[in-house]
Design a protein around this ligand. Structure first.
Ligand code: SF4
Length: 68
């Protein structure tokens, strides 16, 4: 169990946070796919800050990507 250096997730109460298990990104990606969402670390590739974001949809990610 260790925090991944590039993972932006600070919510360690989340069962999928890599700090809470030894499966790396697997559980986060699996849950994101089930929910139709993109993991937060991908958003940080297309925007400087994700503070206040609540929409992790493919659509939101695409809009931010196209704005670049
Ligand atoms: S996929 Fe999820 S767990 Fe892995 S670095 Fe990105 S946000 Fe963190």
């Amino acid at each position: 169990m260790s925090k991944l250096p590039f993972c932006p997730c600070t919510d360690t109460s989340c069962q999928f946070n890599p700090a809470n298990h030894d499966r790396g990104c697997d559980l986060c990606v699996e849950d994101s796919l089930k929910c139709g969402e993109i993991p937060k670390c991908f958003f940080l590739k297309v925007t400087d800050s994700i503070e206040g974001f609540e929409d992790w949809s493919f659509e939101h990610f695409a809009k931010l990507t196209l704005k670049q």
